[in-house]
Design a protein around this ligand. Structure first.
Ligand SMILES: [Zn+2]
Length: 340
């Protein structure tokens, strides 16, 4: 009897040890966190024997079905998506902006980068308090990415918000300095160039880093001279496939319905929205859920290389921001606490 009990205890102990070893070596959580990095070295090794270049695995796309070659690897600095049912990013595309390619079938029909059900989220006119951070939170909750086209002046008002946009991994282009219509008869070629370049320089100043060479015309109004100019600067032009007209919406529901109705017709496309708009910020959590439910997949557009801004415009923006200094007295000389 005592022998039988001892044998039983020993078996249980052995089972626990085996289970612990199995869990340590094949924990599914460990697979998920290391898969993205572990997948890269074998691809490089393969490249030595094949003539094709290794296919880079975008960092933003989760690899879900890879068996790790070697345990253990230090954890990734970037946290995995906490939402298992997130909209996410299905594909990251890198854009070579040489020659100024145009995107968005409303105006440019040469480049069709999206498959059926694929969408690109884009946001104009920020950065703006409350609304832009709210949009960023909604995108983060769904582990998805977008392209932002900030207005230069707004970037100088709220650089800390624009920094948050870039820090979250979104692409940041520009949308002119003052949101002027560059196709207006009042605007000459030089003024249009100034609007474009100063816009980019303002974004650079706000970010402390060069923006993506991605540009959207205010009101989607472009003329041949400015399009050629952007081509010479190797800046990609973004029109859209689907204008939400969210700035005309009376509430969040109208924004949601506008986007979904138009998407049902087009089946895919670059969606134009405004992080500047309150109703868009309010609509986004539900809209992103509905996009997921509708089977839409987000494609994230990234620039192959950042834009080289022009020094004269970088200086012009800095000069614009400097107010004339009337007094240099220190704060404790000017402000005295009299009651506390
Ligand atoms: Zn705009």
């Amino acid at each position: 009897m005592r022998n039988a009990l001892g044998l039983m205890l020993a078996s249980v102990g052995a089972a626990v040890v085996i289970a612990a070893v199995w869990f340590w070596t094949s924990s599914p959580r460990a697979d998920l966190t290391v898969a993205a990095t572990l997948s890269a070295p074998p691809a490089e090794r393969l490249a030595g024997t094949a003539s094709a270049k290794p296919i880079p695995i975008p960092k933003d796309v989760e690899v879900t079905a890879t068996i790790p070659a070697k345990p253990p690897v230090p954890p990734q600095p970037k946290a995995a998506c906490a939402n298992p049912d997130a909209l996410g990013v299905s594909r990251v595309v890198e854009i070579d902006t040489t020659g100024g390619p145009g995107f968005g079938f409303e105006h440019f029909k040469q480049l069709d980068l999206l498959a059926d059900k694929e969408i690109v989220l884009t946001f104009d006119d920020g950065p703006w308090p409350v609304n832009t951070p709210s949009v960023l939170k909604s995108l983060a909750d769904e582990c998805t990415k977008a392209v932002f086209f900030p207005i230069g002046k707004h970037a100088t008002y709220h650089p800390e918000i624009l920094k948050q946009v870039a820090a979250a991994g979104h692409s940041v282009g520009a949308h002119t300095w003052s949101h002027a219509n560059l196709n207006s008869k009042k605007m000459n070629e030089q003024q249009a160039r100034d609007e474009i370049e100063k816009g980019f320089s303002a974004v650079k100043l706000a970010l402390g880093a060069a923006p993506s060479p991605f540009f959207r015309f205010p009101q989607l109004q472009h003329g041949p001279a400015t399009v050629s100019y952007l081509g010479s600067r190797n800046v990609a032009i973004f029109s859209c496939d689907l204008d939400s007209f969210d700035f005309k919406a009376k509430d969040a529901t109208q924004v949601i319905n506008s986007v979904l109705t138009k998407l049902e017709k087009s089946g895919k496309g670059i969606i134009l929205m405004h992080d500047f708009q309150k109703h868009t910020a309010e609509a986004l959590p539900v809209l992103l859920r509905r996009l997921k439910a509708g089977g839409y997949k987000v494609v994230h557009m990234k620039a192959k290389a950042p834009l080289q801004t022009l020094a004269e415009y970088d200086e012009a923006v800095v000069k614009d921001m400097k107010l004339p200094v009337a007094s240099t007295r220190p704060v404790n000389n000017v402000v005295q606490t009299v009651t506390e």
